[in-house]
Design a protein around this ligand. Sequence first.
Ligand code: CA
Ligand code: CA
Length: 145
Amino acid sequence: MSKVEDFLTKAEEAEVVEAIRMAEKNTSGEIRVHLEKKTDIAPIERAVAVFHELKMDETQLRNGVIIYVAVKSKQFAIYGDKGINDKVSTDFWNVTKNIMVSHFINGANKLALVEGIHSAGEQLKKHFPFEDNDTDELSNEISKE
Ligand code: CA
Ligand code: CA
C-alpha cells in the first residue's frame, strides 16, 4: 500500500468526505484530510507545512484541523490551529490518534480516517460548538499530492 491512489477506493473516499460533513454538523471546527506518498521530515512538521499551504489558517475562529497521512512512510499526524491550541492541552489529539493507530495497524485505512474524523469532531465540539450561521469554510474533499 505505497501509492496515494491505492490508499482508499473511490467509495471509501466518499465515505471519508461524508464523515467530515457529518462531523462538521456538530462543530464550527473544520477538518481536512491530506494524503501524500511520503515525508522526509517529521510528519507533524509536514502536517504544519501542508496546513499553511492549504490556507487552513484562514478560518474565522482559527479552528481548522488537518489529518495528515504519508501513505508509503506509514506515518500520520494531526495538527490543529491556534484557536484550538489556545484552549486545550498538548495531549488533546491523543485519543483520536490512538483510535487511528488501532485501525491503521489492521490495514483498515478508511476506518482509521472515518473514526479519526468522528473522534476529532467530538473533541472539537466541546470547545467549538456548531453555530447556526456556520459556513463550510474549508472544503471537505480529500487533498492529495
Ligand atoms: Ca464550518
Ligand atoms: Ca469543511
